[in-house]
Design a protein around this ligand. Structure first.
Ligand code: 5GP
Ligand code: ZN
Length: 111
């Protein structure tokens, strides 16, 4: 845990947030500024700064994150219509919160 990390504070419930999913390893909550009708943040509880900081011991956390993504997409009803999974990496890649998280974005209107 990093003391001045916003997502650590959310994970530790120091900042109240509604979790759509929680287990021992992950939490999922809605993005405060959604870029689409469905915009979730899938967050490992462990403080990992970003993709560049992954270590061998994070292998299971990362692969499990995609299983959570699959389940959340289904729960949100976007699994068939389609969605995007996105990591922003470092400032130049659009990362603003330096606690690893996967964006799940979808729910656009069909044409
Ligand atoms: P990044 O740019 O780091 O990949 O994504 C950070 C995301 O966190 C942004 O989409 C931003 O809207 C969201 N965010 C920032 N602060 C908060 C907050 O306090 N609560 C929630 N739910 N989302 C936040
Ligand atoms: Zn953190």
């Amino acid at each position: 845990m990093s003391l001045d990390c916003l997502f650590c504070k959310i994970v530790n419930r120091e900042i109240p947030s509604e979790f759509l999913y929680e287990d021992d390893t992950y939490v999922v909550f809605k993005d405060i500024k959604p870029a689409a009708p469905v915009h979730l943040l899938l967050v490992p509880k462990k403080h990992i700064r970003c993709i560049n900081d992954l270590t061998e011991e994070d292998r299971d956390i990362l692969s499990g994150l995609f299983m959570v993504a699959k389940e959340m997409a289904k729960e949100q009803g976007v699994n068939e219509s389609g969605y995007k999974l996105l990591f922003n990496v470092e400032k130049g890649g659009g990362q603003e919160i330096f606690h690893l998280h996967l964006h799940l974005i979808g729910g656009w209107k069909k044409n």
